[in-house]
Design a protein around this ligand. Structure first.
Ligand code: CUA
Length: 349
């Protein structure tokens, strides 16, 4: 990475990089083969069928079924191979594994803001452990950006008002370039940063040295009280608004008999646009919190709601105990926050 030589491809530093490169190489070879074939045939036929005298008249050709079938079926087959191969990579890239370590990223003109579950925050830097599946949940405060790490061969649009995800498993320690890959204004080209892929022990050390003031869910809980959410959304369900305990990831019945999934996007929408989806049986009394809470604050609130959600069986984003709610729930996220040596680093997906 640090060598200054210009290579044909960026280094392959994620589990998917080799697969992406193989497909790309296949496309280049197929294109080269047909370009040469067609150019060669043009020259060959131009010479072979050149007009030899003024009296030379071409013989009209009528059909050639075998030829037409051949030049239809072969390209169709090749296209289908490209389609299936590309779709398979696309599906892999768009489905973060359940055991992924989750990190929040917010883009704004012109920087990247990162929040770790344990509470560490960084700007234009992303520290992650090697060999671990990493899932980024991305959003933007202003215009469309795009989070791109060439060495990982992954990129995702970062869209205001929406959560998108991107995942990768870094396979090598080192420092890699983050680019914004969507023109986003004057300093788009300066919206860059670095990913630091570290040994798990170094990463654990980095987490403890971050000086974070509480985990994301703890900060979310503080916001939940500061903004007064707690007065309506009471844990025992006796408030004027639905309780949020055990909500995350569950289906919710809203007006007109519709059912939505209580995911991060739904929580965000309910905070900023509370009238969009009213839970069945409740009045539309909630005010909007636009302008009172930042995108990062919303992310912390989402993590808080997640932490009081139903117990997560996948092990990702496990709940944190909360004095506000249950009090006695065992919390693996909490342990993770206070005891970084408990971080497990599976080398599988
Ligand atoms: Cu952000 Cu380009």
């Amino acid at each position: 990475m640090d060598s200054k030589s210009i290579t044909f491809f960026p280094e392959q530093a994620s589990s998917i990089a080799g697969t992406v490169d193989n497909l790309y190489l296949f496309l280049v070879l197929i294109s080269a083969f047909f370009s040469l074939l067609i150019a060669g045939l043009i020259i060959y036929f131009a010479v072979k069928y050149r007009r030899r005298s003024d009296a030379d008249m071409p013989v009209p050709a009528h059909g050639g079924l075998l030829l037409e079938i051949t030049w239809s079926v072969i390209p169709l087959g090749i296209s289908m191979v490209i389609f299936a191969w590309g779709a398979s990579i696309f599906f892999t890239e768009s489905r973060p594994p359940a055991d992924s370590m989750e990190i929040w990223v917010t883009g704004k003109q012109w920087m990247w803001k990162v929040q770790h579950m344990e509470g560490q925050r960084e700007i234009n830097e992303l520290h992650i452990p090697v060999g671990r599946n990493i899932k980024l949940t991305l959003t933007s405060e202003d215009v469309i950006h795009d989070f791109y790490v060439p060495e990982f061969r992954t990129k995702a649009d970062v869209v205001p008002g929406r959560y998108t995800t991107e995942w990768f498993r870094p396979t090598k320690t080192g420092k890699y370039h983050i680019f914004c890959a969507e023109y986003c204004g004057t300093k788009h080209s300066g919206m860059v940063g670095a990913v630091y892929v570290m040994q798990p022990a170094d990463y654990a050390m980095w987490l403890t040295n971050g000086g974070a003031q509480g985990s994301m869910s703890q900060r979310g809980e503080a916001l939940f009280q500061q903004l007064g959410c707690v007065t309506c959304h009471q844990a025992d369900g006796h408030g004027r608004c639905p309780t949020l305990v055990g909500l995350f990831g569950k289906p919710v019945e809203i007006q007109h008999g519709q059912v939505v999934n209580a995911d991060a996007s739904y929580i965000r929408e309910s905070i900023l646009y509370p009238q969009a989806k009213i839970v069945a049986g409740y009045e539309p009394i909630m005010p909007t919190f636009q302008g009172q809470v930042t995108e990062e604050g919303v992310q912390q609130l989402v993590e808080y709601v997640k932490s009081i959600g139903p117990k997560d069986t996948t092990g990702a984003g496990a709940p944190t105990p909360s004095p506000l709610t249950t009090g006695s729930q065992p919390g693996t996220a909490q342990q993770r926050a206070t005891n970084p040596t408990a971080i497990t680093v599976p080398g599988k997906r």
